[in-house]
Write a protein that binds this ligand. Structure first.
Ligand SMILES: Nc1ncnc2c1ncn2[C@@H]1O[C@H](COP(=O)(O)OP(=O)(O)OP(=O)(O)O)[C@@H](O)[C@H]1O
Ligand SMILES: [Mg+2]
Length: 350
């Protein structure tokens, strides 16, 4: 490290960022998670101009999803774990970096960002450029499952196999890790968003009722279940009747929602099985003993640990604070970036 770097480092606060499809989290060395907001931005319709009323990014913008007036557009700039709208992602990152860094004047932070393990070079470049343009001084990329494993406290650097399954909004990341490297992994673009979409589609075909994204998510959280539900809970849902165009309320059971979720859940289970099949015998033996560690928001779906355990025959446990593992894992690496170079990739164009 040069003296210039050291001098700048005295004033800047380095950040770990989980740029997620559903939520963006920022963690600071030694301080933990300082920002956790939905990855949602409100802009002036037809422009890339972020609304300036203080409700434009995060939670407040998410509330507007599907309820926005004509002159506002509410955008989720990340899709399937990667950047779908470059400019908006950059605006969102700039907002979050400024919020963390506000008082520290012109100094730019070094940033460790988690990216899905399956992304290509173009997608990596997009993330790096977004962060650089948003104010980062240097950007390091880390595969999301590695960050998640570190945040979950798995012994990632030991010569022992650990399996992490991080199920987020856009992607399911499955990886077996040993000696600070990914031994086998799979990244599928099926996770919480697809589960919510399945509920929307189900109600359309079975009831001719259209509901919005936020309502579907609420149904999933309240009565969604990964295994056949033990008791028959019901929920009243309001939407728009496709035939009459009028508002209509319907009652849906947990069993119906479970049926709607099944195909996507199977895709998630299959990605875990595929990784297990590709794991070397010595490491597979470790996994039998140590089990699978679950992280990500969709891991909180009722019955998900049971489903995975039943389908794989392995013990399954939930990481502590599963929605913040990735951000905490990124921040943990900032302590000594030189020592962990092998698991980081320097963002390009720097
Ligand atoms: N209790 C719950 N039951 C079911 N799903 C939940 C629950 N809580 C959160 N989720 C889902 O978790 C998802 C968000 O998880 P998370 O914040 O880990 O995703 P992300 O990191 O933004 O996405 P990705 O890693 O795929 O880019 C959403 O789809 C949300 O609906
Ligand atoms: Mg995630």
């Amino acid at each position: 490290m040069s003296w210039v770097d050291r001098f700048i480092g005295m004033f800047s606060l380095d950040l770990g960022i989980d740029l997620g499809t559903a939520n963006t989290l920022v963690a600071v060395q030694g301080r933990g998670v300082v920002i956790s907001e939905p990855s949602v931005v409100a802009v002036k319709k037809g422009t890339k101009q972020v609304m300036m009323d203080g409700n434009a990014v995060g939670e407040q913008a998410k509330i507007m999803l599907g309820k926005n007036p004509g002159h506002i557009e509410v955008i989720r700039p990340m899709k399937d774990g990667v950047i779908a709208d470059f400019e908006i992602t950059e605006a969102m990152l700039r907002y979050f970096i400024r919020r963390t860094h506000g008082r520290r004047g012109p100094f730019r932070p070094r940033v460790v960002i988690a990216v899905p393990s399956g992304i290509n070079e173009v997608e990596k470049r997009a993330v790096t450029n977004s962060a650089m343009n948003a104010g980062a001084r240097q950007v390091f990329l880390i595969p999301e499952p590695m960050a998640s494993a570190i945040g979950a406290g798995l012994p990632f650097a030991d010569p022992v196999g650990s399996m992490i399954v991080d199920i987020g909004g856009g992607t399911t990341e499955v990886a077996v890790i040993s000696l600070a490297g990914i031994v086998a992994s799979e990244s599928v673009r099926v996770a919480g968003d697809e589960l919510s979409m399945s509920i929307v589609k189900y109600l359309k075909t079975e009831y001719n009722v259209v509901i919005g994204e936020n309502t579907a998510e609420m149904v999933k959280h309240q009565i969604g279940c990964a295994i056949a539900p033990a008791e028959e809970t019901r929920m009243s849902i309001r939407g728009r009747d496709m035939r009459t165009g009028m508002p209509r309320a319907i009652e849906v059971t947990a069993n119906e929602v479970h049926e709607a979720l099944k195909p996507q859940l199977m895709a998630i289970v299959n990605s875990v099985k595929m990784v297990l099949e590709r794991t070397q015998p010595e490491l597979a033996a470790d996994l039998m003993e140590r089990g699978i560690c679950l992280a990500g928001g969709t891991a909180l779906l009722k019955g998900l640990p049971e489903l995975l355990s039943r389908e794989t025959g392995l013990p399954v446990r939930m990481a502590q604070d599963p929605m913040t593992c990735v951000a905490r894992g990124c921040a943990a690496l900032l302590d000594d970036l030189d020592a962990v170079k092998q698991i980081l990739e320097l963002g390009m164009d720097q």
